[in-house]
Unconditional design. Structure first.
Length: 408
């Protein structure tokens, strides 16, 4: 019987595992190792509500300090530096050794570095944690010309915030459209038009060649086509890499993340891995994938907690994602890669529509803009066996909720 569980990482995945273990009746010791000071907190609001002043540090916290005390979840502040699999111990800050019966790796991911000259200048930022957000907010307050490298979720969320604050914002992206890995061309085109309407300039097929500046910080950038732009703040969001070094050094199987089986167990049966750091077999993708989303982190935490308390089941949750940009909420369910047909419901001009994406006649993903009903219905449909066909969805008056009511 397990007596002690140690969790490395206090982000969404790690916190959810600890909370679910207690909810599922685990009575042994739980230790949550947090590499940052303070209470464990949510990351997604950092690029949106936190920068806009709509929430504060307390509002970011998963739970107040009393929750951890009441649930006997021990918080240890410091970086885990080594795993001793033979003796089942985790070393924290090279000094403290924590024994475990089972170890959960929820180590997350880190920003891919910006590989250009000048990336180390004052005024160049990635955005991954609270310290980044605080430094970025202070710089944004006095900035005029803002360059965003990367038109993914983080880059576009920040671009919208900066535009709302009256800054001159220019986004550069190597791909031919924004959010290229995540959304369909139709949805991407809508967001291009929305950002341009907010005053944001966007250049596609372009990257940063160098960042210019000196002792006073960044003063401009040069694009890969030779264009020079003024800048006193540069934010980069060009992807993340899994935090896997501690697992690799411990001899666990690694491949673009920490490899796990359908039950989220690593190559060591005493160690699980979840969240952004885990490479898992997905029944929805038909392959091993690594997902960077709150949903995936939380659901994997629940799955591991259930297994460790006697309810063993493979991880099978339908993936979903969201992003808030300006007055637009984009909610996505399923995985759209490889779709061969698309059907739109609603009206983009009314800023409320959904794009249904199909592969070989089966619904595989839905992208909803300011249309939460479609999103919630799509989650239920994709979790089931039946789905509408493209020709049904394209018929006049088609409604996802009505279809589900008639077919389930």
């Amino acid at each position: 019987m397990l007596q002690s569980i140690v969790i490395i990482g206090a982000g969404q995945a790690g916190f959810q595992t600890a909370a679910s273990l207690r909810q599922d009746g685990f009575g042994g010791s739980i230790t949550l190792i947090d590499g940052e000071p303070g209470m464990p907190y949510q990351r997604p609001p950092l690029s949106k509500a936190y920068l806009l002043g709509k929430t504060d540090v307390t509002g970011l916290q998963f739970r107040p300090e009393k929750f951890f005390a009441d649930n006997r979840i021990d918080l240890v502040c410091g970086n885990a530096t080594a795993i001793d699999r033979t003796n089942r111990r985790v070393t924290v800050k090279d000094t403290q050794a924590l024994p475990y019966d089972h170890l959960v790796l929820a180590t997350g991911a880190h920003n891919r570095a910006l590989p250009v000259p000048g990336a180390d200048l004052d005024g160049v930022f990635g955005l991954k944690n609270l310290a980044d957000a605080d430094a970025l907010a202070a710089r944004l307050a006095r900035a005029r010309d803002v360059i965003v490298a990367g038109a993914g979720f983080i880059g576009l969320e920040f671009a919208a915030v900066a535009a709302m604050k009256g800054k001159r914002v220019h986004v550069v992206e190597l791909a031919d459209r924004p959010m290229a890995r995540a959304v369909s061309p139709e949805t991407a085109a809508f967001f291009v038009d929305a950002h341009r309407a907010w005053g944001v300039k966007l250049d596609f097929g372009q990257g940063l060649a160098r960042i210019e500046g000196g002792a006073d910080g960044v003063s401009g950038v040069e694009l890969t086509n030779g264009t020079r732009l003024a800048a006193d703040l540069v934010l980069f969001g060009i992807g993340v890499l899994p935090n896997q070094s501690i697992a690799a050094e411990a001899g666990l199987d690694i491949e673009n993340g920490i490899r796990v089986d359908p039950f989220l167990v690593t190559s060591d049966e005493r160690i699980s891995a979840i969240g952004d750091c885990a490479m898992f077999p997905s029944q929805h993708a038909g392959a091993a994938i690594r997902l960077e989303s709150v949903q995936n982190a939380a659901d994997q935490g629940r799955t591991v907690a259930a297994r460790l308390t006697g309810k063993r089941a493979p991880y099978s949750a339908v993936p979903w994602f969201w992003t808030d940009q300006g007055d637009l909420k984009l909610q996505m369910v399923g995985l759209s890669q490889g779709h061969d047909a698309a059907v739109r419901l609603g009206d983009p001009d009314a800023r409320s529509f959904s794009v249904l994406l199909f592969h070989r006649g089966r619904l595989i993903a839905v992208e909803s803009v300011n249309r939460p009903g479609d999103f919630m219905t799509a989650r239920k449909i994709l979790a089931g066996r039946e789905s509408p066909r493209p020709e049904e969805a394209a018929a006049d008056g088609f409604d996802l909720r009505a279809w589900m009511a008639a077919n389930n």
